[in-house]
Ligand binder design. Structure first.
Ligand code: ASP
Length: 590
């Protein structure tokens, strides 16, 4: 037997017992004639003692042990002389009588402590060592519990967990597919699913009624900070439902998860619901962070044509936010904000600011262009008071300027400490536009995906004004992060064909790519809808983390590489030959 107990479980009531523990060496300390070893496993840390006086030979052996050695020890539980109230096992220690080194260890390339000295890349390369750290392991434990609770909840609601294949045909969700060559079908490729979207719809046609799956999805996208080429969804679909039915189930699931995993009560009230249009107008984002206000105030009437400031007089959109109590910002801090909005990733031309002074008068960076009356109007319009700072952006494209102001709002929110990780503000964003115009492709694209149904009342507009059609689509947003999204689907082959046509598919192309789905709809498709949560992101929010990588056991880096496994990598020429694939780029591009 390797152990009688774990390293986290012995307490005062075990004093006097003979126990056997196994684990890793966290630390070795020599003090006088004693050697102390902290032995660690998943469950905790227990202090071992070796005494030079009572067993010199054993103590000598203990002195040769290094960090991360794997040990098995037998000894007696004793009360500690100097107790450590920071550790659950801090009242006791084990006086070791038998020591067995199960495995030696090289000195790890970084310290395996809460605050490690290892950089990101190094920790990724030795992820199995990084995972030994308490903080990282705790995230995986949370993820495990999260999945369990999801399964419990959905099982009670009659959902069936059904697996769908990983080797499929293309499942367009707006990203590029990863493809896999087929040896048995030379020249042909599978695609890895961007999501099980069409398959779950087929499960509804099959009468499964309620489906879910905790499932890997694959998208070959350019990676942003919190994206991974493979990620996990909680994917769900329901039959005979309308938008409110879906929202009801998943609002309850979310409340359940917050209650059981975070001890957070989200209350009995339904979550806030805002239309996409309202979100864009008030926050410049379809995933507004509602932990704080600082809403946009449109200033066209107030500042355009009311003074000599050419920038505003030429603008198509002017809007401001009011940062409470921030008039104390120094010139240098304001310059920093200006540089921020002018940076290439934000791309604004400049920033106008106005401080409301103690006497209520307004001092702004555009004083020379406006009369005090106009500036006072500005103050009133912004509902600003003494000590407040008004920040204003303008531009010739309202949507672009809104996005820029959104970034500024988020930055100010962070600076003002309004984005507390222990506070959660959830909402549903609804009534998304059905389509968005793509300059790159010069055509309308589905804003959610091509299987989303238009609002029934907007169906007549599909012919006359498709750009104005609203979709039966919804996103769940938490703290400025889109945690989930879905839609009511089209279940009618004719309407589905119409949407493909608007999206620029010829009937032949649509048939070739989606024939299986449209045919299925001809055999009795129930009205259905669903949604998918991004599991990694949801768990990282629960854990209060910024990056989804921290909740993934073996994540990829920003270049989509697994630096531990060294993947992707070239394959042997024979493998390519078998697949009848000839490479144009013979040298891999590092
Ligand atoms: N398949 C969609 C997605 O991955 C979610 C859904 O519509 O259910 O975003």
């Amino acid at each position: 037997m390797y152990r009688t107990n774990t390293c986290g479980e012995l307490r005062m009531e075990n004093v006097g017992q003979t126990v056997t523990l196994s684990g890793w060496v966290q630390r070795v300390r020599k003090m006088g004639g004693m050697t102390f070893i902290d032995l660690r496993d998943r469950y905790g840390i227990t202090q071992l003692v070796f005494n030079q006086e009572t067993d010199a030979e054993l103590c000598e052996r203990a002195n040769k042990i290094g960090r991360e050695y794997v040990l098995q020890v037998t000894g007696t539980v004793g009360e500690r002389f100097s107790k450590n109230d920071k550790m659950p096992t801090g009242d006791i220690e084990i006086t070791v009588s038998e020591l067995n080194v199960l495995n030696e260890a090289l000195t790890p390339p970084f310290t395996i402590e809460e605050h490690t000295d290892g950089g990101d890349e190094l920790r990724m390369k030795y992820r199995y060592l990084d995972l030994r750290r308490d903080v990282v392991r705790r995230n995986l434990e949370l993820r495990h519990k999260f999945c369990l609770e999801v399964r419990h909840f959905l099982d009670k609601e009659n959902f069936l967990e059904i697996e769908t294949p990983v080797l499929v045909g293309s499942t367009p969700e707006g990203a590029r597919d990863f493809i896999v060559p087929s040896r048995m079908n030379p020249g042909m490729f599978y695609a890895l699913p961007q999501s099980p979207q069409t398959l779950k719809q087929l499960l509804m046609v099959a009468g499964m009624d309620r489906y879910f799956q905790i499932v890997k999805c694959f998208r070959d996208e350019d990676l942003r900070a919190d994206r991974q080429p493979e990620f996990t969804q909680i994917d769900c679909e329901m039959s005979f439902v309308e938008q409110n039915d879906v929202i009801d189930v998943f609002e309850r699931m979310t409340k359940h998860l917050f209650r059981t995993l975070r001890g957070v009560e989200l209350g009995n009230e339904p979550f806030l619901r805002l239309s996409w249009e309202e979100c864009m107008r008030r926050f410049g984002s379809d995933k507004p962070d509602m932990r704080f206000g600082m809403e946009f105030v449109e200033l066209m009437d107030t500042l355009k044509g009311t003074g000599e400031f050419g920038v505003f007089n030429d603008a198509a959109y002017i809007s401001g936010i009011c940062a409470k109590g921030q008039a104390v910002y120094t010139r240098k801090q304001l310059d920093e904000l200006t540089n921020f909005v002018r940076s290439p990733q934000i791309g604004a031309k400049g920033l106008v600011y106005a401080r409301v002074q103690d006497d209520g008068s307004v001092k702004s960076s555009v004083d020379k262009f406006y009369t005090p009356e106009v500036l006072n109007n500005l103050k009133e319009k912004m509902q600003a008071e003494s000590g407040d700072l008004i920040l204003i952006l303008s531009g010739d494209d309202a949507n672009r300027t809104r996005k820029q102001l959104c970034e500024l709002r988020l930055l100010m929110g962070s600076r003002m400490g309004l984005r507390d990780k222990n506070k959660f503000a959830l909402l549903w964003v609804v009534d998304f536009p059905m389509f968005e115009w793509s300059d790159e492709e010069q055509r309308l694209m589905a804003m959610h995906h091509p299987f989303t149904s238009p609002k029934p009342e907007d169906i007549p507009l599909l012919e006359s004004d498709p750009a104005s059609v609203k979709a039966n689509a919804y996103d769940m947003v938490c703290n400025g992060v889109e945690v989930g999204g879905g839609s009511i689907r089209i279940h009618d082959a004719v309407l589905q064909a119409k949407i493909f046509e608007i999206l620029g598919f010829t009937p032949e192309q649509a048939q070739a790519q989606f024939g299986f789905l449209m045919n299925a709809f001809k055999y009795g498709a129930p009205p259905h809808g669903g949604l998918a949560y991004g599991l990694d992101r949801f768990v990282s929010l629960f854990a209060g983390l910024d990056s989804i990588r921290d909740v993934i056991a073996f994540p990829k880096n920003n270049a989509g590489r697994d630096v531990m496994l060294d993947a992707p990598a070239p394959v042997a020429p024979e493998q390519l030959q078998e697949l009848q694939i000839d490479l144009v780029c013979k040298e891999p591009n590092p």
